[in-house]
Design a protein around this ligand. Sequence first.
Ligand code: CA
Length: 218
Amino acid sequence: MRVLIVEDEEDLASAVKRLLADAGFSADVAYDGEEGLYLALETPYDLVVLDLMLPRLQGERLLGELRARDQHVPVLILTARDAVTDRVRLLDSGADDYLIKPFEGAELVSRCRALVRRASGQSAPVLVIGEMEIDMPRRRVRRAGVDIALTPREFHVLEYLALHRGRVVSRSELLDHLYGEAEETMSNVLEVFVAGLRRKLGADVVQTRRGHGYIVEA
Ligand code: CA
């Protein structure tokens, strides 16, 4: 899952990036509102973590621009304001959730996970597909009751395909959601992860649609 952090305080931005990276998100950071808006419109993020007081373009304006352009990406607001009227106004203008600074890292991560889950129409934290159980918060997979050890990247591929099960996901869509801006990707890397998943979970779990992409059947 790929997240955009729009936050001008560099220490806080790095701390949030680290927290989310530890939870399995690929995170990009924008340090002002204009750059944040540009990236959010150009890149298919799974989530935006948005500060309100930003140089060049305020967070609330950024949110308004996103929604005005029909961008449905979930947005979690980080705010130092704790007035109820502010929070109500933000939620009513298209924010999905908010956290008041200072906040606990664990709560930020849990809220981010829940937002990403719900955006793909999923409320339960454990996805059950046939004999397979994917525990997203704990990042564990079981098949027929047996724990299966996956690498972090294998897990991310499986999680994305499983959240979008029943639909063919193209290679470029998968790569967009797996890697942040600064990360190098090699063209054959997906085949390696998919081969790993098939070896560990069984040949039928992730299927290839040649020329189109991959699918986990619903
Ligand atoms: Ca700020």
